[in-house]
Design a protein around this ligand. Structure first.
Ligand SMILES: Nc1nc2c(ncn2[C@@H]2O[C@H](COP(=O)(O)OP(=O)(O)OP(=O)(O)O)[C@@H](O)[C@H]2O)c(=O)[nH]1
Ligand SMILES: [Mg+2]
Length: 318
């Protein structure tokens, strides 16, 4: 374990890969690893990129990585569920491995599947981001597909959230529906080479007008990822937002809010898990039988087992 932590801290790629694999398994060992790394985190600028399947997120990230490397910055990438049936399952990792970032020590790319995370996908993603943060990558990009609740939760770990949209009917409706409007700091209109881009940009600006005065008005940026168009503007706006976060105090407030929600989510997860274990115990089933025979009262049972649950947690049986 000590070796693994040291390896991550000196940005040894194999250690980083092993650490993330360990963390995906959610065990006592992975908890210990996450705990050892936590004091070394908090330095990276974390950017979340989300949007509908096939919007061009991976292509954009690939271009952005190249741009950032040109600026001398190191980049870590976590792509959550990057295989989408809509775009033929093009894996960012695969694509990048085949291109210029393949042998680049300053880039680390990892894909995470959506299945098999005992502690929840959001927690696993958070821990994976922290591994890269501890390893000292300057910028960490997190790609997730879609606009569902899980994606919103995952986006909660980012300093800046980028929403990628493409021209096409219904996009603007999606933005309204998903409630992602409130958490998007930058709107990208990708595939701006296609019909309808201008209309989408106008619709977004109108929506932002309606939202009224904001401390930060999300910029709407047209991009053509396949032709590298708009990537420098994307980076310029990301830097602008980073400055805004710092100078307004919003960045610190946001991180504190994220940590609060993270701890709450982890506690809820743990309590639910422990509750299920307790309710499988023979003693609980006996109590249930007594309840059934009217020898016990539900309300008293609740108090009794809640006390037992909390006593177990105090005992530190984690
Ligand atoms: N015309 C056009 N096509 C683009 C542009 N950006 C990406 N594409 C194409 O759109 C398709 C999907 O691109 P991806 O980068 O895989 O999209 P994604 O959002 O990462 O997809 P998922 O991860 O599967 O949700 C690919 O065939 C890209 O070549 C663009 O700006 N213009
Ligand atoms: Mg992708």
């Amino acid at each position: 374990m000590e070796e693994l932590v040291k390896g991550v801290l000196r940005r040894d790629r194999r250690s980083i890969a092993r650490a993330i694999t360990l963390i995906e398994g959610a065990s006592d060992e992975s908890d210990a690893l996450a705990e050892a790394l936590y004091p070394h985190t908090g330095k990276a600028y974390v950017v979340g990129v989300t949007g509908p399947p096939g919007a061009g997120k991976s292509t954009l990230l690939n271009r952005l990585i190249a741009h950032l490397r040109g600026e001398g910055l190191t980049v870590g990438v976590i792509a959550v569920d990057p295989t989408s049936p809509f775009s033929g399952g093009a894996l960012l990792g695969d694509r990048v491995r085949m291109t210029e970032h393949a042998v680049d020590e300053g880039v680390f790319i990892r894909s995470m599947g959506t299945r098999g995370h005992l502690g929840g996908l959001a927690a696993a993603t958070q821990d994976a981001v922290r591994v890269l943060d501890a390893a000292g990558y300057d910028i960490i990009l997190v790609e997730t597909v879609g606009v569902g609740q899980t994606e919103l939760t995952i986006m909660e770990l980012a300093d800046t959230v980028v929403l990628v949209l493409t021209p096409g009917a219904g996009d603007i409706v999606q933005v309204w529906k998903a409630g992602i409007m409130e958490i998007a700091d930058l709107f990208l209109v990708n595939k701006a080479d296609r019909d309808g881009a201008r209309k989408l940009i106008a619709d977004l600006e109108e929506m932002l007008d309606l939202a009224g005065k904001m401390a930060w008005r999300p910029p709407v940026i047209p991009t053509v990822a396949t032709e590298r168009r708009g990537i420098d503007e994307l980076w310029r706006q990301l830097q602008r937002h980073q400055t805004h976060l710092k100078e307004s105090g919003e960045g610190a407030a946001r991180r504190l809010g994220h940590l609060r929600r993270e701890v709450r989510r982890r506690m809820e997860h743990r309590l639910r898990q422990r509750l299920s274990e307790l309710m499988d115990e023979p003693a609980f089933r006996e109590d249930l039988d007594r309840l059934h025979r009217r020898e016990e009262v539900p309300h008293r049972l609740v108090r009794k087992w809640l006390a037992r649950l909390l006593a177990g947690e105090r005992g530190g049986s984690s």
